[in-house]
Design a protein around this ligand. Sequence first.
Ligand SMILES: [Zn+2]
Length: 164
Amino acid sequence: MSDLKYVNNEGSFGVVITDKMVHDIFEKCKDAYPNETGGILIGHYSMDLKLAHITIIIGAPRDSKMGKRWFHRGTNGLQRSLDKAWDEHGHYYLGEWHYHPGGAPHPSFHDIKEMKKISKNKNYKCPEPILIIAGNTSFSHWNLGVYVFKQNKYIPLQKKISAD
Ligand SMILES: [Zn+2]
C-alpha cells in the first residue's frame, strides 16, 4: 500500500490517498457501470492544513439515485459512518467522489454547482470540499481527477510523481 499525492501548482495544498483506496473507488465504479455512482470522503487535515489525508471511502448510500449521466447521492447511514470515524479516529467529512462511466474525470456544470452548495452548507462544516472523479475508457483504463473547491472556484490537483 502506498500513498498517492495530488498537489496544486504552487505546491501549497495537496490531497493524500492510498492506491488501495483508489482501487476501491474503481471497484465500486465497476459494480455500478453503466450507471454513475459516488459517495463521500472522510479523513483529516495535517496540522499546517496543507495536506488533506483521505482515510475512508464511503460508497453510495442506499437512498442514492443514479442513471448513466447523473447521480444524486443519498444520505442513509452517512451520519453513523461520520460519527464512527469521529469517535474512533477524530476524522471527519472532507468531500465527495463519483464516477463518470466511460467519460473524462472532469467536473460537470452540475458537479460544480453541487460542490459549491456543500461548501456553503453549514451542516457539512467543510468550506473547501474535495472532489474526486473517476473516469474510464475501459475497465482497464482509469483516470482520476482530484479537485479542491476554494471560495467560488475549483482547483485541479496534479499527481505528484515523487513520494515524500
Ligand atoms: Zn459528475
